[in-house]
Design a binder for this molecule. Structure first.
Ligand code: X8Z
Ligand code: ZN
Length: 615
């Protein structure tokens, strides 16, 4: 959990931006409560000693908690859920006590390193628990259960019980609107079972967050960015405004193409887009419908899905290829244990969490991925994404325990995506023998359109998931309105609508992994901006003079070395310093996104002429 960037676990977890993941979830009164406040104000020496001991205690428990979570995520049974919840609650107890104890030093003048560690300790929990006996266990149990319900969810389709993986394949490939609707709705029959659990967990986490001095759990989540929670919310608004006009152009173009494909009765020419027509279970990345929206004149020249199959790739070869990319930048090969301990494909005969994640079990060398890899372009990309987490974890392994984390959680998500931006270029695919001929300029619009279907389409989704949770946590949304509130945001930001009326008991947020797993989501919105800032800076360092989308840093050891310098910092410094170390910039800036896609935006505006865009 700790460094697990995406922890499935119940109780908890996922803290890539902070201390241990595990800490993150529930927590009750610490078994051994921190010492009661002494009569005299505490001293700077006491603060330092407190932090040193906290690091030792947390590090001491971390591997055990991580292993319990790993076992549950790769072998879901009643027993492994029990073990994970027990270990998670223990860790949370410890972390909760340490967070409360850290507040004692709020007014003490301490050195900057100790201050930063105290601050991180206070906000390290994703779901803090109230200090009442048994509540940490209760929260950890609910968390583990929700994640397991999601991960083992199945529904009947055409007389067969199918998994999320099966359903995703149908959403990606089928062009039959009746079938799409049935499968989209079918997956959402799994989540109503979680809604009462979700509401209860939210209420308890809020109580825990308030005890730590935060307005609510949303404010706690927004406090991890070296600025105030309100400033951070405003910052995400600012970034969204930078990219929203481009998203609207893409939405307009895609809607027109879907209308051509399906007709007015299925996809009208105006208004929101039907969510099940976009090739993805959550309409979060639209690359799978590229064939429907492909430009009539220009040809992409290749399909990565097809190349991978034609060249005989298997899941292990995909991961080896990902490793080779990082090696070309100068990163050391993955340890042998990575290969013997990772879960690369879905195992037979047992239930597992298939949602991809990267793990660091021992806060040092025992790094692994857990995927149910399929041989397709999407997972080729995901492999680079997950390995990015692992290389980050290894780069900061010599930092003190509390600083082992991403500069912020968005950085953690952006590392592998940054690698992926180079690894998807035709030039790179050609260099590694996947693609025989690199297309000329005629390939640019198709390439950029495909990228935008994933990267630009994602932005409003990346934003709205936590907007919904912020409203849950601040009380704007009551449980009875959870689903209505979800769709209000889906429509407002993404311009999409469900394929039919939603049942009264629907809990559609629960059909997206990160909601039952309690993994904060704004990190992915940020990552979709940082990765372009990293890419622009890297290409500049490499002396690249062409368009950004054609730049690949494959094989560039100087860029790799400089990148590694940023990774090695972990979260020891405020994130603007980490950003500056690699890019020279100190602000999050979506101009790198608009620069990368500028030729496509011009093209979209031309295609959309005469259309009434917006919804
Ligand atoms: O959850 C993930 C990664 C693991 S950290 C596979 N992602 C988000 C998602 O799938 O919803 C990557 C992109 C967004
Ligand atoms: Zn990730």
């Amino acid at each position: 959990m700790k460094k697990t960037t995406l922890m499935a676990a119940a109780a908890a977890l996922a803290l890539s931006g902070g201390i241990a993941a595990a800490a993150i979830a529930a927590g009750q009164a610490p078994a051994a409560a921190p010492a009661a406040a002494p009569a005299a104000p505490p001293t700077a020496e006491e603060a330092k000693a407190y932090v040193d001991k906290a690091e030792k205690d947390l590090a001491g428990l971390s591997e055990y908690v991580n292993k319990a979570s790993w076992v549950r995520a790769t072998y879901i049974t009643e027993d492994t859920q029990w073990l994970e919840a027990k270990a998670g609650a223990e860790f949370t107890d410890l972390a909760t006590g340490l967070a409360i104890g850290a507040a004692r030093f709020d007014k003490v003048e301490v050195d900057p390193v100790t201050r930063r560690k105290l601050d991180i300790l206070k906000r390290a929990l994703v779901l803090p628990a109230p200090q009442r006996p048994g509540v940490a266990d209760q929260m950890a149990t609910i968390g583990s259960r929700m994640d397991s319900v999601y991960s083992t969810g199945k529904f009947e389709y055409k007389g067969k019980m199918i998994t999320l993986n099966d359903a995703e394949d149908i959403l990606a490939e089928s062009r039959d609107p009746e079938e799409l609707k049935a499968v989209w709705e079918g997956w959402r029959t799994v989540s109503p079972a979680m809604s009462a659990d979700y509401a209860q967990l939210a209420e308890l986490a809020n109580e825990g967050s308030r005890a730590l001095g935060y307005a609510d759990t949303g404010a706690l989540w927004r406090s991890g960015y070296d600025m105030s929670p309100d400033e951070f919310a405003a910052e995400t608004d600012r970034l969204w405004q930078q990219v929203a006009p481009f998203y609207k152009n893409l939405h307009c173009y895609v809607r027109a193409k879907l209308n051509e494909q399906y007709g007015d009765a299925v996809q009208p020419k105006t208004g929101p887009i039907r969510a099940d027509l976009l090739g993805n279970m959550w309409a979060q990345q639209w690359g799978n419908i590229y064939p429907i929206v492909a430009p009539k004149t220009d040809d992409a020249g290749y399909s990565l899905d097809k190349l991978l199959v034609d060249k005989g790739y298997d899941p292990v070869k995909m991961v080896k290829t990902g490793e080779n990319f990082y090696s070309s930048l100068g990163f050391a090969p993955l340890p042998d244990t990575f290969w013997t301990r990772s879960q690369i494909t879905r195992p037979e005969g047992r239930e597992v969490v298939c949602h991809a994640s990267a793990w660091d079990l021992d806060d040092a060398d025992d790094i692994r991925i857990k995927m149910c890899t399929k041989v397709n372009a999407e997972d080729f990309y995901t492999v680079h994404h997950e390995l990015g987490h692992n290389y980050y974890q290894r780069a900061y392994k010599d930092q003190p325990f509390i600083f082992k984390g991403g500069a912020n959680d968005g950085f953690h998500e952006a590392i592998g995506d940054f690698a992926g931006l180079s690894a998807l270029t035709p030039t790179y695919l050609n260099q590694i023998g996947l693609l025989d001929t690199v297309p000329g300029a005629e390939g640019d619009t198709p390439f950029l359109l495909k990228m935008a279907l994933d990267k630009i389409a994602f932005l409003p989704f990346g934003l709205m998931v936590d907007r919904w949770r912020w409203e849950v946590y601040d009380g704007t949304l009551k449980p009875a309105d959870y689903n209505k509130g979800w769709w209000a945001l889906r429509t407002k930001y993404q311009g999409i609508t469900p394929p039919g009326p939603r049942p009264d008991d629907a809990f559609d947020p629960g059909a997206k992994y990160h909601v039952p797993a309690n993994v904060p989501y704004t990190r992915y919105f940020l990552a979709h901006i940082y990765q372009f800032q990293f890419h622009r800076a890297a290409c500049k360092q490499a002396g690249w003079k062409g368009p950004l989308h054609r730049c690949s840093i494959y094989g560039n050891k100087e860029v790799g070395a400089k990148f590694n310098k940023m990774l090695e910092m972990g979260q020891s410094k405020p994130w603007p310093e980490a950003l500056a170390a690699f890019t020279g910039e100190t602000r999050t800036d979506a101009s790198a996104v608009t620069e990368y896609f500028a030729p496509l935006n011009t093209w979209l505006i031309k295609q959309n002429k005469g259309q009434k865009c917006g919804w």
